[in-house]
Design a protein around this ligand. Structure first.
Ligand SMILES: [Zn+2]
Length: 138
């Protein structure tokens, strides 16, 4: 296993812990601007926020997401759906890691011509797959 790739995956996971403090800082900054900031700053901040939303929508439309085929265990770019007839379950061709409950929806989106057929096949399957297991709620 490549240690550099493992470090990269862990680094990305560690960076995700920065999101909540950054959101709290954003809320605190917004409250500071609204209650104590100069009056001209609020419309500019609101305009920047709305422009960010519009830019985010444009980027999402012009450059849609691609399926992440990088294995979480070995870091190889070798993830595949376990069964090409469903959107549940991933397997790594490189290390053999396997998870029946992982979603393969983005991979299916790239590989299937018509997702409707896949969805209809999933509806016809009887319950009993790992995703359909009921959880006791006592
Ligand atoms: Zn792997």
């Amino acid at each position: 296993m490549d240690r550099g790739k493992r470090r990269k995956v862990h680094g990305r996971a560690a960076a995700s812990w920065l999101i909540p403090p950054m959101m709290l800082l954003g809320v605190a900054g917004g409250a500071l601007v609204v209650w104590h900031g100069p009056r001209w700053l609020f419309p500019w901040a609101l305009g920047l926020m709305l422009a960010g939303v519009v830019i985010w929508i444009l980027v999402s439309v012009l450059w849609p997401a691609r399926a992440d085929r990088e294995c979480a265990v070995c870091g190889a770019n070798a993830l595949e759906r376990i069964d090409t007839q469903t959107a549940h379950g991933l397997v790594c061709r490189a290390c053999g890691w396997r998870d029946e409950s992982q979603s393969g929806w983005l991979l299916a989106e790239e590989e299937e011509n018509r997702l409707e057929d896949l969805v209809l096949r999933e509806r016809e399957k009887p319950a009993g797959s790992p995703m359909d297991t009921p959880v006791a709620t006592d």
